[in-house]
Every structure is written in C-alpha cells, then in structure tokens.
Design a protein. Sequence first.
Length: 534
Amino acid sequence: MKKLLLLLFTFVPFINYAAEQGIDEKIDVWFGDVTGWFVNIIFYQIEFSPDVKVYWVLFPLIIGATFFTFYFKLINFTGFKTAIDIVRGKYDEIETDGADHIEASDSVHTVDGDVVDTIRVEQQEGDHHGEVSHFQALTAALSATVGLGNIAGVAIALSIGGPGATFWMIIAGFLGMASKFVECTLGVKYREIGPDGTVYGGPMYYLRKGLAAKGWKVAGRVLAVLFAIMCIGGSFGGGNMFQVNQAFQLVENITGGDASIFHDKGWLFGIIMAILVGIVIIGGIKKIAKVTDKIVPFMVAIYVLAALFILIMKYDMIGDAFGQIFAGAFTPIGIAGGVVGVLVQGFKRAAFSNEAGIGSASIAHSAVKTKYAASEGLVALLEPFIDTVLVCTMTALVLIITGFVDPANSGMNDAQAILLTSSAFESTISWFPYVLTIAVVLFAFSSMISWSYYGFQAWSYLFGRTKSVEYSYKILFCMFVIVGAAASLNSVLAFSDAMIFAMMVPNMIGLFILAPRAKDELVRFMKKIKESKA
C-alpha cells in the first residue's frame, strides 16, 4: 500500500502539468483521430426516420433478450420468487448437505479440468464452493450497474423521448432479466478455481471452454481474447475515468463551483478517490464484496426513500404521470426516447441501465459460493429489475411529477443531467442536492471497485495469474482514477464506451450457442429443489 501511495503522489505532478499546459486536450484530439473509426462502427446509427435513429448494437441486445425470455419460458417472471428465496438463504441447505458435499459434479470446472467437488475432497476443504455469498455477488454486480445511468441517463432519456420513454425503459428491464440469467449461469458453470481458492470466471471462460466443447476451439479462444481486451479498455474508461470525472464535476458544483476548494484541482479529488479505491481493490473480490454489500443497499435505500417521499407527497399526481407514460409510449418521440435514450444512455454511459447482454456482471457472479450454476443465474435476474424497473422508474416519475421533463434539455450531457435530476428532487426536498452528491460519489466509488475486478479478471486471463500481473493492473487502475478526475477525456471516454458496447458482440454469440447448457443447469437445480422438499 505504501508503494501504491508513493506512485500515486509521484504521478500527480505530471497530471497537473499536463492539465495546465492543455496537453491532455491535445492528446484527446489525437486519440480521437486514431480511434474514431472504431467508435463510429460501434455507434453507427440506423436511421428509421429523421427523428428516430437507433444504434445497431441495440438490435442484438433486444433480439437476444427477447429470444432468451421465450426460450426459458418467461424465466423473468417464473423464476422471480425462487430468486428471492435464494438470496434469503432458503435453499442454503442444498449447498451443504452431506451427500452432495462429496458428490462429483460437472457443473463447474477448475484450472486443471478437475471438478470442484473432487478438488474439495482432495484438499479436504469440503466447504469451499466459491468466495462470496449470493447476496454479496448480487451487490457486487449491482454496484457496477446502479449509478449514473439511473440519475443522468433517465433524465436524458425523458428529455429526448418524453414521459413515454419510461415505458420502454421498463420493457428493456424485464427483457434484460433473461439475458442476465443466461450469462451468469454460464459464468458459474465454466468458472475456474485456482489452487489458492481464487475464482476466475466470466465470458472469457465460457466462450473458450463452452465453444471448445462444441468443437469450435479456435473461434472460442478468439472471441474470449477479444472480450478480454475490450473489458480491460472499458474498465479503465467507462468503469473508472468516466465515473470519477462525473463525480468530481458534481462535487465541484455543490461545493461552490469556481469558488470550490476543488476548482481546477481535479487531481486532488482524483488522488483521494484513488487511495480509497486502492485500499479496497488490493483485497480482491472478498474485500470488494464486503464493501459493496454495505454501500449498495445503503445508497440505493437513500435514493429510493427520497423518491418515495416525493411520490407520497404528490400522490395525487402519480395517476396522471402514468397516464403520460402510457399515452406517450407509442408515439415516435416516445419510442426514440425509450430505445435510443434509455437503452443507449443506460448502456453507453458506464453505469448502464441493466448491463444485461454485455457479460461483465457474470464475472462478479462467478465468484459466488455455489455448485449449482443456475442458482446464481436466478439471483442475477434480479439486477435489471432492481436497477431499471424500480430505481429508474422512480427517477422518471419524480422528473415527470415535478415538471422537469423538457425537450429543450435533449442536448445536455451527463453532468448537466445529474444537476437536472438534483433540481427535481430539490423542488420538494431542499437539502437533497447534498445527499445526491454523496450518493453519486458512492455510486462512482462502488462502480469503480467492481469494474476494477472485471478488468483484472480480463487482465489475468490474458497475462497470467501471478502477483506481479495482479498488482500491475491495480496500480494502473488507480493511476487512471487520477487521470479521469483531472484530464480532458472526451475521445478517450467515447472509445472506452465503444469497447464496453463491443463486449456484447462476442458475449451474445456465446450466449446464443450455449443457451442449451444454461437450460440443463436450470433443470438440474430446480430438480434438486423439488427433491429437497420431498
């Protein structure tokens, strides 16, 4: 930790000098010229009309989510109660009963190809099934998705598409639950467990091993490497620099703007956040989970309670708000706002609306303590529901009821959108902007530490699992926190957002091909539940 602090403080003068000389802006322009072609491909828009343009990458996400919804017989709804029961611990005995404790199972794999249950017997560690609980895995993944997309993304979506955008946001959330189930089930099924008990999982592993089992070994390896590269880029950009950059802008605004102690001192805010992030991520997924399982429920509770307070205070306007939502849902502007505004802003801007289909959440869920892959897939489907169906819808209702939905704001950026949402809450709760600032910082912090885990998993997949490889990534990640707070990064962030979106391409290919394996795991787990009740 001392070495990390020394490196961070040594790094600061260079960042400060670059910002003062405008070097960061020159680099940003150069980087944009070099990488613009990639960004344009990923964010190419198909024009349906002058007012409706849709990014092509949304089609695989929407089509895939719809397909999985019906392929798994409406798992979004039929599996909801079971998912709640799993998080509550109702089926924990299935994980610990003596018979299954030593039974060899092919549901998860280890580094050398042996099965986890056998390894547990050989090492006499009988109770090792993973690293974190179902609830901790859920909060670790939620910490990367609940964030700026719920605050800024919704405001932008409604400014583009009006109240009707909310309807499409809800539909997207429900459909995304099925995609999340598939990828997180596969994440656990194909994870690997190192000799020290560290879990390695995610699309890199189910693409390589799952496709190899289908006879497509080369294709699986290529897709896995592509995903890993994009995941690393996304972790440095959208999962790190963007988060701290937006948090800094809000903190600077709330503490006095030009008169703020942080004015023109992004590096100072950055180094504070880098130290805090470094303390957590050095500890790995267990440390991350211990932090996120406290921060996430706390910050979501604060935000939701404030929204509920406003809705209760103005309960007589809720009916009219839903009337506006349904009336505007099928108008051209409503569809544009729902699809382009909600899904694009939700996914594109780092926190994402629900992250379903991207594949990143399966990395966190892979570390769960379970030997039934489908159990964690069911837990994971709660994420889009909590993040998009509940939290985003509450934000939308507050904006509609308080009268802060204005097409004139359609060109605003994320920082402006956060301030708009803050103003909507402030109109009823005068002191809420201060609370929202704290919440945004916590959102950014939790998103950064979760994305650091995603990026490290991809990094270790490419470069190995040694301690030197691990610390090289984590030190780089902390340095990028300072860069994100201090520098001009428009092109860099556009590129990193494109990489996050591009993660969807290899991931969705794998999900379509391996969906039958996820169904096998679901049948296996549900059968075990029935047996336990007999």
